[in-house]
Write a protein that binds this ligand. Structure first.
Ligand code: FAD
Length: 470
């Protein structure tokens, strides 16, 4: 009898799936955005998918897995981009989809279970209280709140509210520890930071308390510009006007909009259009349009003025932004992938202009304007035409020489994805809450090698990774 059979015997009536096809599907995420990860991780498989329905069942699963020494990888809806929820060492994938309740909605806050879809939460908070999420990833309709908290970083809303980690956005997390007798611990304040964006390596989130904002009837506005520089310049200026209440502002370089946003193509003039995509509060639309025109832009689309028949079948504007931009490109040109780049604080537009000139046709620009600790940043998420791993490394080194920070989306570890060495707070928590290192193994280099020195070239290999069959 294998330890998986032993585990099944201990699960009682907790739902699980052992079908090979289902296991394969739930052992993957959007890691295939990266040609490098696609090749390395294609074979990764769990042994069993377990889908508890309550916090008590999570505790039961963790206790059983701890006793049997079985690794556990939490999974929301598997929309992460860097194999975040892929079970590198096999074992159990803990699927939270049966824990999807909105438990409580109050003025300015909601308490939810981890498997709740962000879109469903927002529907319910709007309906019951006239409030909305402060921010969401562009995968709002298909991603869970637990996955966003443990894997994501920000998104639509971050221009106004800052990144997810900023104090006040996440109010409380409850986690279950990976021990023989798992503890349930409520984390607030700074303690939240060490679990947020930690890929589920130091606790399984069983409840999330998030801040809400008064709901707005957001208007989608898309403007076109003749040059990339003009669209960036307009975006940069608009992002600084806090009186203009914008939920989203992204600049996307030609030819991406015309070539890859097929359903919006009818609103553009041609492949030369660079665009600014924005979501504006109703009272900000007039001033926003004035500002765009003053900066040489042409309003190509307004959701409040476009007749319903012309809008039929159009994706939401947020499905053109964040990591959706790359998805549109990838669907047409499979050699496309992406980079995640922090631009230099001192002269972001200067660096972006140099990159556009130097990598014409290889790097297609996409900037998300965000606010962090009160400062506006031009977060660069360009589409990248991939040829070889060596070439990619050369480009990354060059961007770093320009003062950029590259957050490697072609690596599966926390450190490489965050451009950092081992994080002391995250590691300390893992030692305390997951003493046997069974939660999502292989994702935190510091656990395997506390002396690891960050290398932007990536390529760190987890020795415990289960080999490909055959
Ligand atoms: P999963 O992919 O299932 O999990 C993500 C991580 O969280 C994994 O490490 C997993 O182990 C861990 N985890 C999940 N649930 C728990 C739990 N209960 N306890 C502990 N750990 C847990 N991300 C952004 O931040 N902003 C964006 O705008 C954005 N846009 C995207 C667009 C596209 C097209 C795609 C493919 C991805 C995008 N992402 C973005 C990445 C991803 O969609 C989000 O981070 C999303 O919120 C992840 O949610 P999920 O439920 O799919 O999580």
């Amino acid at each position: 009898m294998s330890n998986i059979d032993d585990l099944i015997a201990k699960l009682g009536d907790i739902p699980f799936e052992a079908d090979e096809k289902r296991i394969r599907g739930k052992s993957r995420d959007f890691y295939w955005y990266s040609p490098i990860l696609k090749e390395k991780l294609e074979h990764v498989r769990a042994d069993l998918i377990v889908a508890p329905r309550s916090e008590a069942e999570v505790v039961q699963v963790l206790s059983a897995c701890f006793t049997l020494g079985i690794p556990v990888t939490p999974r929301g809806r598997g929309t992460g981009n860097y194999a975040q929820c892929m079970p590198l060492a096999g074992g159990v994938v803990l699927d939270t989809r049966n824990m999807d309740r909105v438990i409580q909605i109050d003025d300015g806050r909601a308490v939810v279970e981890p498997g709740a879809l962000l879109g469903k939460i927002e529907e319910q908070t709007r309906e019951e209280s006239g409030q909305e999420l402060r921010m969401f990833p562009s995968t709002r309709e298909i991603a869970s709140i637990g996955g966003f908290v443990a894997g994501g970083s920000g998104g639509v809303g971050s221009l106004h509210w800052g990144m997810l980690r900023e104090p006040g956005n996440l109010l409380r997390l409850r986690i279950a520890t990976m021990e023989e007798n798992p503890r349930l611990i409520d984390l607030t304040g700074e303690e939240i930071d060490a679990v947020h964006h930690s890929y589920g390596v130091n606790g399984v989130i069983t409840e999330v308390e998030i801040a809400l904002a008064p709901a707005q009837n957001w208007v989608e506005v898309i403007a076109t510009f003749d040059t990339w520089e003009r669209s960036l310049d307009a975006g940069w200026r608009l992002a600084h006007h806090q009186g203009l209440f914008l939920r989203e502002l992204a600049a996307i370089q030609a030819p991406i909009p015309y070539k890859y946003f097929r359903l919006h193509r009818k609103f553009f003039n041609g492949e030369g259009d660079n665009i600014l995509c924005s979501l504006a509060a109703p009272n900000a639309v007039g001033p926003l349009v004035d500002e765009i025109e003053r900066h040489g832009g042409r309003i190509a689309f307004r959701s409040d003025l476009t007749p319903p028949e012309a809008k039929r079948g159009l994706p939401h504007l947020h499905h053109l932004t964040w990591n959706h931009t790359t998805l549109h490109a990838l669907k047409t040109d499979p050699e496309m992938t992406y980079l995640q780049v922090g631009t230099p604080k001192a002269d972001p537009l200067g660096a972006l202009a140099t990159i556009a000139e130097r990598y014409d046709g290889e790097i297609l620009g996409h900037v998300e304007f965000v606010r962090a600790a009160g400062h506006v940043y031009a977060s660069f998420l360009p589409v990248y035409r991939y040829t070889t791993e060596e070439r990619l490394k050369t480009v990354v080194r060059d961007l770093e020489a320009l003062g950029c920070t590259c957050y490697n989306p072609h690596a599966y570890t926390y450190e490489e994805g965050n451009s950092s060495g081992p994080d002391a707070a995250r590691l300390a928590l893992k030692r305390e809450y997951d003493p046997s290192g069974l939660l999502n193994p292989g994702k935190m280099i510091g656990w395997e090698d506390p002396d690891y020195v960050y290398d932007s070239a990536g390529g760190w290999h987890y020795e415990g990774m289960r080999r490909a069959a055959g």
